[in-house]
Design a protein around this ligand. Structure first.
Ligand code: TXA
Ligand code: MG
Length: 328
């Protein structure tokens, strides 16, 4: 299959791309679209056959449910029980934005989208390109990150082509994604809020809305199946050093370094990438997956990664680094 890449730099290009994407979605095909977090592989959320195409292209196991992206908030009430006060307050505060809500689903949401669970994950993205497509399409799309299963999420259209080129008909290019990490996933649990996946909206911010139950650092129970221990992984083995410990290259090996703030002097590393020279965690999050990918393509034997401070979005970065360096 030939994969078409469409730009969205001008209003004319955006209109053309949105129409093309919408037509393909209507025909039951999958298309890759940008969001503010990472690129997603979208299909009609209410069409079983279309959803199967996502699992096929990604080689994703069926036990891993999808996030449904909504054109507007009216759709949330159609697909799920979203009337609770806490849920409404979270939507008010963070939609559109990088927050996914796991809610009891209503009849009509395909089991393929939810892996047969009684809940559905809903999100409203703030990305103008995704929203132009959704407006044209008029229905929700299910969209997991547009990478092959277990691999690094794509933060540019080029990353999507590297992952899924030849497997899908269209990638809509919306430039590099602003946030760089997948959305925060939460599930209301009575008056409390459980974080199922850390992301751009940090536990500290959510604590203003409810008592927050944080995920354990090395949670191996795939309650949210994307929480499998090894995930977001480069092909090159990766090793994480504890915060504040100086990384050292391993003798006789081509070692890469994913540094937090600065490259060590004359260190013996064959390649070094720095997440944020100014020590800005948001910048580090935006750059994380692209730099991991670059090191993965550098022909190294091993990638050593430094830890980052674990406050704010730093906790989500550390979650990705731990999973990327786990071989379980
Ligand atoms: O930022 C994002 O969330 C991106 C963009 C494309 O929107 N999407 C994304 O999707 O990261 P994906 O499939 O890579 O991760 C979705 C995760 C799954 O790993 C799954 O564990 C969790 O969402 N999930 C989906 N439905 C769920 C449910 N009903 N209960 C618990 N977890 C669920
Ligand atoms: Mg993913």
């Amino acid at each position: 299959m030939q994969t078409l890449l469409l730009q969205t730099k001008t209003p004319g290009q955006l209109g053309t791309a949105a129409k093309a994407a919408s037509q393909l979605l209507s025909a039951g095909a999958c298309v890759a679209l940008p969001t503010e977090t990472v690129y997603g592989l979208a299909a009609d959320a209410l069409n079983d056959k279309a959803l199967l195409g996502i699992f096929e292209a990604k080689e994703r196991p069926f036990f891993d449910p999808l996030i449904v992206h909504l054109p507007d908030r009216v759709w949330a009430a159609r697909l799920a029980h979203s009337e609770g006060e806490l849920v409404q307050a979270l939507m008010e505060a963070y939609w559109p934005g990088p927050l996914t809500l796991v809610l009891p689903k209503r009849a009509g949401v395909p089991d393929v989208a939810t892996s047969g669970l009684s809940t559905v994950a809903l999100r409203m993205s703030a990305h103008p390109v995704l929203n132009a497509v959704l407006e044209e399409f008029g229905r929700p799309v299910a969209a997991p990150s547009a990478n092959r299963f277990g691999r690094i999420s794509p933060t540019s259209a080029q990353h999507v082509l590297a992952e899924l080129g030849g497997r899908i008909p269209l990638v809509v290019d919306g430039g590099p994604t602003a946030l760089g990490l997948e959305s925060t996933i939460v599930a209301p649990d009575g008056n409390r809020l459980r974080i199922l996946r850390r992301g751009p909206i940090a536990a500290e911010a959510l604590a203003a809305f409810a008592d927050v139950i944080e995920p354990e650092a090395d949670n191996v129970i795939p309650e949210a199946p994307g929480q499998l221990k090894s995930h977001y992984a480069p092909r090159t083995p990766m090793q994480l050093v504890p915060f504040g410990i100086a990384p050292t290259a391993q003798p006789g090996k081509a070692c890469g370094l994913l540094a937090w703030r600065q490259a060590p002097e004359s260190s013996g590393f064959a390649a070094v990438e720095v997440l944020s020279p100014s020590g800005d965690l948001s910048e580090a999050a935006t750059r994380l997956f692209g730099l991991m990918r670059r090191l993965d393509e550098a022909g190294l034997d091993i990638i050593i990664a430094e830890s980052v401070p674990e406050n704010g979005i730093g906790a989500a970065i550390m979650d990705r680094l731990r999973k990327a360096s786990s071989n379980e």
